[in-house]
Design a protein around this ligand. Structure first.
Ligand code: GLN
Length: 216
């Protein structure tokens, strides 16, 4: 019998992990399905209690202005910002990546501002608002088919932020900074779940570091 102090474990024997998806607007359902395929508990996040209970968070694509407005309406902007700054592994896709950045020209709300980078919204213009491309991504051994929908690009990365993928013209479409991941495309809209696998590994790493810190 595990003692009360033993964290719950999954069937594989690894400690079970709860990963949240911010579910205010956008395509959160697809992310939840992808996360479940990784064998983690995947939960919708709309309240502070749900946020507190997560070992990691995905902020999905959608409309960044709408998500920012709803975050404020649900009193989640500050707690979310604090939780991410305190080390919650967080992955923003498309609109979610826009919200992570600290510099977003033209956004009518303050972004979360937790990642030192500038993001240009709708960077591919009106004519080519959606397209797909095979992308080499740092950490994956073969290219990923990436779906771009009215996508942003990351035009400036601050110190400590690493480019993880670029288009052939050099534009940066994925970036990482410690426990943070930002992608301007939508990996949840394909069958390829390798990036979700990488993110879950990141969440697991941070969960084990913080449980060791609590134990010492
Ligand atoms: N263009 C949208 C925005 O600025 C993002 C699009 C998306 O998430 N697919 O918020």
């Amino acid at each position: 019998m595990p003692s009360a102090a033993t964290p719950p474990t999954s069937e594989s024997g690894a400690p079970s992990l709860r990963v949240g998806v911010l579910a205010l607007q956008g395509d959160f359902a697809e992310h939840l399905a992808m996360l479940r395929r990784q064998g983690v508990e995947a939960v919708e996040v709309r309240t502070l209690d749900q946020l507190e209970a997560c070992d990691g968070l995905i902020i999905p694509g959608g409309e960044s202005t709408t998500i920012a407005r709803l975050l404020a309406a649900f009193d989640l902007t500050e707690p979310l910002r604090d939780r991410i700054r305190a080390g919650l592994p967080t992955w923003g896709t498309c609109a979610g990546a826009i919200l992570l950045a600290d510099d977003v020209p033209g956004l009518d709300r303050e972004p979360l501002g937790v990642m030192d980078m500038t993001v240009e919204r709708n960077a591919f213009g009106r004519q080519v608002q959606s397209f797909e491309a095979n992308l080499d991504i740092d950490g994956l051994d073969a290219p990923l088919r990436a779906v771009f929908i009215r996508a942003p690009v990351f035009t400036r990365l601050g110190r400590g932020v690493r480019a993880l993928a670029t288009l052939p013209d050099g534009r940066i479409v994925a970036a990482g900074q410690g426990h943070l991941l930002a992608t301007s495309f939508h990996p949840e809209l394909t069958e390829d779940d390798r990036l979700h696998g990488l993110f879950v590994a990141l969440c697991r790493e941070y969960a084990s570091v913080s449980s060791q810190a609590r134990a010492s």
